[in-house]
Design a protein around this ligand. Sequence first.
Ligand code: UDX
Length: 480
Amino acid sequence: MSRGHAVGDPRSLPARARPQPSSDGIALAVLGTGYLGATHAICMASLGHRVVGVDSDAIKVEALIAGRVPFYEPDLAPMLGSWRDAGSLTFTTDPTSVEADIYFLCVPTPQEANGKRCDLGPVHSALRALAPQLRAGDVVVGKSTVPVGTAASLLALLRRLRPDIEVSLCWNPEFLREGHAVEDTLRPSRLVLGIADGDKRSEVLLRRVYAPLIQAGCPVIVTDLATAELMKVAANAFLATKISFINAMAQVCDAADADVVTLAEGLGLDPRIGAGSLAPGLGFGGGCLPKDLHALQARAEELGVGDAVAFLEDVDAVNEQVRTGVVSAARDAVGGDLAGVRIAALGAAFKAGSDDVRESPALAVIARLAAEGARVRVYDPEAMARAAIDVPAAEYVASAQAAMLGAELTMVLTEWPEFARIDPTQAAGWVRLPVMIDARHIVDRGAWQSAGWTVRAPGRRPYEPTAAPSEPYARGAVSG
Ligand code: UDX
């Protein structure tokens, strides 16, 4: 791939808000090259900075050095190749070899194995490893999602570790969505700079790092450490709440013979509500929303304000009900007993545009169907390898057609656009019974029913052509 105008390169973005590479290149180190860190490192190189990504995982680092992104994210691989070839983006497993002006902490903060709290072990280890090599004037920037209060305690730890120099630590949370990581990093909705009292140096340096984005019009919010940390956690809790709200409404719609997809469309047009994260379906999953919701609950308890966020229990409970409801809809569709029933599962990723199956609602449903004895054949365009490790009880096949051959029930579980493009007449010839549950509301029910299918979708009354001429969401995928 030649340098420059690759897909996802800032220069291929629309001119209106295109960030111009900075002429003020800064030496950056990105500690942790997982989803967040690798994306950040690659995108920062595209802004004109000299970037080194550091990770203890030699396999990951080797892949990045070879120009391979170790996860699925559209647009990222060509950018990695471009900036690596240009010499401004390197990767290493040896943190002591790195000299930078600014160190971004991008290590994971997973949920603790036994509890709702966030495991801060990786953040502490990264900071302890970094501390000895810091020089006066260096700035440490946290990007990982952490419970409120973490940054202040990390700053205190850093001061204890390096009493000999003045150290700066600030917090700059990331709001990127999987599947849109490049766009969200290079054209973010806002930049949040959490700055400790009196720390002018961090703000000045971060403004230089992000100068191309700021010049392109990105709003900047400068605040204290705690507010910056909360900004991220609260955003994810709010998005989860919106998703559970519309899925709760889906249950009301089922009971009241109303249509949740049309309801969501109408709600989303109200500017006070907004259409994002309002697509009903299978609920939220992934590496962020579930864990951040739990971590906020745990932290609020620690702070003595657990009652204030007690409603988040209900947000979680609705999310669980959605999965249970779809499995029971499958049971109903096949006459009450899933044992031995051949099911085609279309989708395993937690959402389209990703190969991530962490907390995937689709995979949770697949596991439950298999646990009830169903013979589940799964197809997902990107997530099969990861899904097969987590749920080996299902069979994984190479196409939607292969999954549907001989199926007695077809279930759309992830909103990949290719599933919406399946020809229902052809597909009727693949299956044993033309029965579908569209848990993501992406198929054109009119076309499928005309081709002889029975299509059920949670929160939607059975499709009747005269009563429901338009299918507002059937053409697209989940927004968000
Ligand atoms: C989320 C936040 O959006 C992002 O700002 C943060 O930085 C990381 O966490 P992501 O996990 O990539 O990003 O996914 P998102 O697009 O928010 O979807 C999360 C889950 O909710 C997925 O399982 C998705 O299918 C589901 N979802 C999303 C819905 O069910 N309905 C929606 O309307 C939107």
